[in-house]
Design a protein around this ligand. Structure first.
Ligand SMILES: NC(=O)c1ccc[n+]([C@@H]2O[C@H](COP(=O)([O-])OP(=O)(O)OC[C@H]3O[C@@H](n4cnc5c(N)ncnc54)[C@H](O)[C@@H]3O)[C@@H](O)[C@H]2O)c1
Length: 321
């Protein structure tokens, strides 16, 4: 089978593409390289079953011509739509960022899927669609949903476009709501940010917010394992799954302490005063993954274990031997 992966040069796609190639399928990766890098896909490029093209998926004509250039790989049977803006503050500063990179990419993915009769869509959604509901346990049926970032808003709008498309032409649509995902190759996120700050100033670390923010963390290898598991087991034409660890998450202050201990022991922590790191930051979410557990998948790593592993990995990425 030939599989299209959008946002294919980014962080999560890196592990996903490896898994898809290893099951024997061909992969077309598309990315505008706004955040992803060619080096992230370099290890696949010698394979005949792998293609990479740089293209802005918000530009429908460019998207279509790009797919035309890969027709020799045969018809595409499924799309993993991972392209999006992954910088929430950038989307707060300029709402056009999420409109273009998070929503229009989805809109155009659906256009080309309808035109090319591609039936299966796997979508990278986010816990950000839930907004700030405090300690309330977030299940897939929690609502009404009031996202507090343009990123969350455009992910929710994307989910809605996808379910409407399933009514008209998709054979199947699976919506995966990710928590915070960590691991390699890191392109963004709190651990990469802390490590970079500590490498430029090993004496102190400024933490955005008061450190009381508590979030769920999942290692990227487990996220990809979970998505492929769901793809193989989910029975409904349209379904949605929270994917995350089994615990209630860890505090940002603990991530800061773990990073300092691993990267620059002795560095002083300086916290902000607000319980949000930035506008649109959800200070705390309690994520239910009961639906995924019932389907038969549970993660092996806790949030803390995933974070510790990612700190080691990302520190190595930022300080290659
Ligand atoms: N990493 C997380 O913690 C997390 C959490 C929730 C949801 N997600 C979602 O998972 C997906 C992958 O995230 P990631 O962490 O790998 O981020 P990432 O930024 O590393 O990957 C996204 C990729 O999309 C590309 N892209 C952005 N706009 C594009 C456009 N207009 N055309 C073509 N390519 C474009 C970027 O260059 C980037 O390589 C995203 O949809 C993200 O919203 C990630």
């Amino acid at each position: 089978m030939t599989i299209l992966v959008t946002g294919g040069a980014g962080f999560i796609a890196n592990t996903l593409v490896e898994s898809i190639l290893s099951r024997g399928d061909s992969v077309i990766c598309l990315d505008n390289l706004s955040r992803g890098t060619v080096s992230n896909v370099a290890r696949f490029t010698r394979k005949n079953s792998f293609r990479f093209s740089t293209v802005d998926l918000a530009d429908l004509d460019a998207f279509r011509s790009c797919l035309d250039s890969h027709v020799d790989l045969g018809p595409i049977s499924e799309v993993w739509h991972l392209a999006a803006n992954s910088d929430i503050p950038a989307g707060i500063a300029d709402p056009g960022v999420d409109l273009r990179d998070t929503f229009m990419t989805t809109f155009n993915v659906l256009r080309v899927m309808e035109e090319r009769k591609i039936g299966e869509l796997l979508f990278a959604s986010s816990s950000a669609i839930y907004g700030d509901l405090g300690e309330k346990e977030l299940t897939e049926s929690t609502g009404p949903l009031f996202p507090i970032s343009n990123y969350g808003a455009m992910k929710l709008a994307s989910e809605a476009m996808i379910t409407a498309a399933a009514e008209k032409f998709l054979d199947r649509a699976l919506l995966f709501r990710f928590p915070n995902v960590v691991g390699l190759p890191a392109t963004h996120g709190v651990i990469l940010d802390f490590i970079r700050r500590l490498r430029s100033d090993p004496d102190h670390l400024d933490v955005l917010g008061d450190g009381s923010q508590r979030k769920s963390y999942l290692h990227v290898t487990e996220l990809v394992e979970a998505m492929l598991f769901i793809q193989g087991r989910a029975a409904k034409k349209v379904d949605v799954f929270n994917i995350g660890p089994s615990d209630a998450g860890i505090h940002v202050r603990d991530i800061a302490r773990e990073t300092v201990a691993a990267v620059a022991p002795g560095a002083r922590l300086k916290f902000g005063t607000d319980n949000k790191g930035w506008v649109g930051d959800v200070p705390c979410f309690a994520y239910s993954t009961a639906k995924l557990s019932e389907l038969g998948w549970t993660p092996k790593l806790s949030s803390l274990e995933a974070v510790r592993r990612a700190i080691r990995e990302i520190n190595g990425q930022e300080n290659p031997p």
